[in-house]
Write a protein that binds this ligand. Sequence first.
Ligand SMILES: NC(=O)c1ccc[n+]([C@@H]2O[C@H](COP(=O)([O-])OP(=O)(O)OC[C@H]3O[C@@H](n4cnc5c(N)ncnc54)[C@H](OP(=O)(O)O)[C@@H]3O)[C@@H](O)[C@H]2O)c1
Length: 184
Amino acid sequence: MNITVIGRGNIGGGLADLWERAGHRVLRLGRDGGDASRSEAVLLAVPGAAVEAALSSVTGLEGKTVLDATNLYGGARPPAGFSSNAEYVKSVTGGATAKAFSTNFASLLGRVAGARVRPSNLWSGDDQADDVVSRLSHDAGFEAVRLGDLSMAATQEGLAGTIFAISQSGLGEFVYRMAPPEEL
Ligand SMILES: NC(=O)c1ccc[n+]([C@@H]2O[C@H](COP(=O)([O-])OP(=O)(O)OC[C@H]3O[C@@H](n4cnc5c(N)ncnc54)[C@H](OP(=O)(O)O)[C@@H]3O)[C@@H](O)[C@H]2O)c1
């Protein structure tokens, strides 16, 4: 798959490395922007308050399937008129959109391939994004677990504070797994 990663930091760079190892071709874009028109999937991995600026510097996003990994901290809000960054992203691209990879620690990405069982990767978004989210989660070592449609992206963005609270309450950085009862 041809993938464009917007934001080549901890999460964007880390996922790009894993996807390249799985055989995908990844174009890594930073503040200078670029052209995403040849990609079949786009990962947005910039600071949550930089989403508008980041998308405005990238061409060829129309109709693209976008996986939005951004979180909003410290009172930061989505762009005016939107409940979530992910819904803003969809308003720009018009393509299938998912909030994904926002609830996993980038620092652990390099160890996920060696896990005894696949950790979960929560996502919320459009049905049309399901195949891409499932495949790219799998190819990064995770199993996608759906939280709901795109209207649940705001709920997912709000989980960042919970994730940090768990981490800071003794567990440290962690992976998680949500599994059906058949696995018990
Ligand atoms: N770190 C995690 O564990 C983690 C996990 C899940 C989700 N997230 C979320 O993922 C996003 C990125 O986090 P991160 O830890 O990867 O941050 P990071 O390491 O600071 O990387 C952010 C990247 O975004 C780029 N950037 C900033 N403004 C931009 C713009 N206007 N246009 C294009 N690129 C821009 C930065 O470029 P420069 O290098 O030029 O500054 C940098 O490469 C955040 O929303 C975060 O909440 C993080």
